[in-house]
Design a binder for this molecule. Structure first.
Ligand code: R5P
Length: 293
């Protein structure tokens, strides 16, 4: 009998199938019906047999629907196994990990409590926005880095003196890890975001990027604002070609088009969120961690 049963939610079907294959696991699909008022109704296609159950579901938009779906799947899976390993490749709400302005709610903590309440035993995420977010979970929570897989992609390209650039200081560790594996160097720009309006500006003055190809690295691209401002700044400094890479490409409101218009040649992301830019597969990374869980 298979050691693992993988149950997929609607947002991660392809990735879940790949993870199941790699784990030699039984794969169980679920059907999702959305009611006109926005409620989700999920049905397991078959009942899991006795094994560890791995629930796979990312939470890109519609974030709240995907969240309630993963919680529902966990609670159902719990009827069949005491051990539920939850893989949320892209964990939404991780940016709401602390009270930045007085009165704000630390929503990731609310979500963390819900995961435990419905019966999750372990959580596995990929490149979570902040380590602080994971500290709110009162179950074992592990972060997997997709950077080695993204680097493999870029190593196959012929780039001119590549420079790894983080669009903000918060991403400096990520850029450093990327640069180390690429055998190149890195810088981090200074980004300022107005916490009330969300407006972004780059406040770095000068950088020496002339004739160097750039890889802009971030954990996620949402509206594209951070990457666009960084690309516009770097272009003014006469850099070479600009590429953007991230683990999670949300690409809200035509972000891809806007990013390309700002001078980015190509966006490369992973399949934590499926889409046109998801050129890097993270199923190997995830299945390796699950197999030791
Ligand atoms: C912020 O600290 C994150 O690492 C990303 O840079 C940010 O969330 C991306 O959002 P957007 O694409 O809307 O600028």
């Amino acid at each position: 009998m298979a050691k693992f049963t993988v149950v997929t939610g609607n947002s991660s079907r392809n990735l879940a199938k790949r993870i199941a294959q790699k784990l030699n696991a039984t794969f169980i699909d679920t059907d999702l019906r959305m009611f006109p008022d926005g409620e989700s109704k999920i049905t397991f296609r078959k009942n899991p047999r006795k094994s560890k159950i791995v629930v796979v579901q990312s939470t890109p938009p519609p974030v709240d629907s995907n969240l309630i779906q993963v919680l529902s799947i966990i609670s159902k899976a719990r009827q069949f196994s005491p051990e539920i390993i939850v893989v949320v490749p892209y964990l939404g709400y991780a940016r709401q990990d602390r009270e930045f302005l007085p009165g704000e709610i630390v929503t990731i903590k609310v979500i963390a409590n819900l995961f435990k309440a419905v019966g999750a035993s372990k959580l596995i995420v990929v490149d979570v926005h902040s380590g602080i977010a994971l500290k709110h979970f009162r179950i074992s929570a592990k972060n997997v880095s997709a950077i080695p897989e993204l680097v493999k992609y870029f190593k196959k390209m012929k780039l001119k003196k590549p420079l790894i650039v983080s669009p903000d200081l918060g991403g400096i560790k990520r850029a450093k890890e990327f640069a180390k594996l690429m055998h190149s160097n890195f810088i981090a720009l200074k980004k300022q975001r107005d916490r009330k309006t969300g407006q972004i500006k780059i406040i770095t003055s000068d950088v020496n990027v002339a004739n160097r190809d750039i890889i802009l690295v971030d954990d996620m691209i949402s509206t594209g604002g951070s990457i666009i401002k960084a690309a516009e700044f770097l272009k003014k400094q006469k850099c070479g070609k600009i590429f953007a890479t991230c683990t999670h490409a949300l690409l809200i409101n035509n972000a891809e088009k806007k990013i390309k218009k700002a001078g980015v040649l190509k966006i490369v992301s992973t399949n934590t969120i499926s889409g046109k830019t998801a050129l890097v597969d993270v199923s190997n990374l995830i299945s390796r961690v699950v197999s030791h869980a």
